[in-house]
Design a protein around this ligand. Sequence first.
Ligand code: ADE
Length: 225
Amino acid sequence: MRIDIITVEPDLIKSPFENSMMKRAIEKNLAEVHFHNLREYGFGNYRQIDDYQFGGGAGMVLMIEPIAKCIEKLKAEREYDEVIYMTPDAKTLNQATANTLSLKKNIIILTGHYKGVDQRVRDLFVTREISIGDYVLTGGELAAAVLCDAVIRLLPGVLGDETSALTDSFQDNLLAPPVYTRPADYNGLKVPEILLSGNFPKIEEWRADQAYKRTEMIRPDLLED
Ligand code: ADE
């Protein structure tokens, strides 16, 4: 999978890709990630990329031309399955979307800044808009990193069997059950007996029951779907 990220803050977004799982996925050639500094496509000596909004109002808006130039250059080089715009005014990212995107070959992720991008960018180029939650970040870079993490960890070969994504929270619309490790008794706080029993069918039953109860208590909305 190839991901091209268009950003005003390349340095801000790079670090998650230089560490941990995403770094390993890139080193193993399971994911290829490229960063494009929008400023390089800006106007004039100042490399202008934003301007005041028509109609007045606080906050600058990213102009269409620099973004169009960057997207068109990329599209001339290869076909893209999706152009994704990270923005708080969109549907919230969930596991189903991450699963869907993990099956794509080439995607572009556009990260917004300030008041966002000129609406015509969204109308003309964007195939999918994603928010990572109902709060506003300074820019879409961290949101893009979150999306990439959720997608890249699903690519075949990125996670070993022992950390398989299949047993994650949300894969079956349920939160994950509680987990325990040594010691079996910490100052009188004991690990549930069943987990020490060796009876694996019963353990699976217990986990399913715990996952359901946890979901019912914390995220009942997931059970409605
Ligand atoms: N940009 C700013 N806030 C965001 C959010 N919550 N999700 C995605 N992109 C964003």
